[in-house]
Design a protein around this ligand. Sequence first.
Ligand code: KG4
Ligand code: ZN
Length: 358
Amino acid sequence: MRVLGIETSCDETAAAVVERDEEGRGHILSNVVYSQISEHAEFGGVVPEIAARAHLSILDKLIAAALAEARMSLGDVDAIAVTAGPGLIGGLITGMMTAKALAAASGKPYFAINHLEGHALTPRLTAGIAFPYLLLLVSGGHTQFVEVAGLADYTRLATTIDDALGEAFDKTAKLLALGYPGGPQVEAQAKKGNPARFDFPRPLTSKGETNFSFSGLKTAVRQAAKKLEPLTDQDVADICASFQAAIVDVLCDRTRKMIALFEDRNPGAAGHLVLAGGVAANQEIRSSLEAIVAEAGWTLDAPPLALCTDNAAMIAWAGLERMDKFPPSPFELAPRSRWPLDEVSDAVVGSGRRGPKA
Ligand code: KG4
Ligand code: ZN
């Protein structure tokens, strides 16, 4: 079975062809990503209207490139999978309309995929990991621990009550005039800085707390920077190092708690912590989590960097997993800017569901 995947939920336009063989293993035949970063950089963040237009102007060429790289035509794929949410609505509409048009013209079924499910299932594509496992999704829009018990069987165990982790990196970078996206810049600066110079808060790190909060940390960074103005290069590096140290401490604390909770809920299950989302590219975070996971006798499974960040191979793979068990999506289906993976858990800001602050 082969699926053409389409991803347009944020600032990456992507198309991919993925094959699932008879043993259930995935093979990426092509994976084309066009990053719009340069189009948004001067604004210090993603501008939804620019993103939607950029998707529209390039998506058809990208799909053609993905099919060509896989050495096939639309007639050779068995289905089309497309991100239907959560994300920026203009981009989602572009991807959904394109997928529906291709499906209608070719007579192939199409599958509307939750972007977070794409991230959640990626380790099954890259490493054939079996259910159940614990997922830590850390991106520009999401920060959550999810128990992945099976296909379409997800329980959110913890989430952020305000900013997403990638957003915290991006805001810190913006404050220090480091450019967008901020994560890689903050990480690079942190390498040159002193992580002990500023004692930034570790929000919600009390005993019973499992959720995340990053807005207090952001405020502390802003205040520290204000006090020092004008900042020297060393000040910037020290702020970044101290900020990243606070983040690492918070992540390690929550990961320990989540491992214990997962073990309670899944006695006897193999311990796999799967990392996904753009922040998973951070080497300091990866190596710290590796140590925590090893303490518990677990393994850390982080997909290759290109598959941690947004891509269409993960959407195609989710389509391949779904086509065995679920009917295709109806043409009437509309994209959803908010769409939690776990529809049952309470709404919390940042969880993918419209919460109190929406
Ligand atoms: O998953 P992703 O590509 O897009 C979505 O948000 O869905 O994640 C992008 C986020 C940005 O906030 C970016 O600053 C962050 O991931 N990021 C990093 C690093 N590389 C990317 N954060 C920390 N350290 C990094 N090395
Ligand atoms: Zn993503």
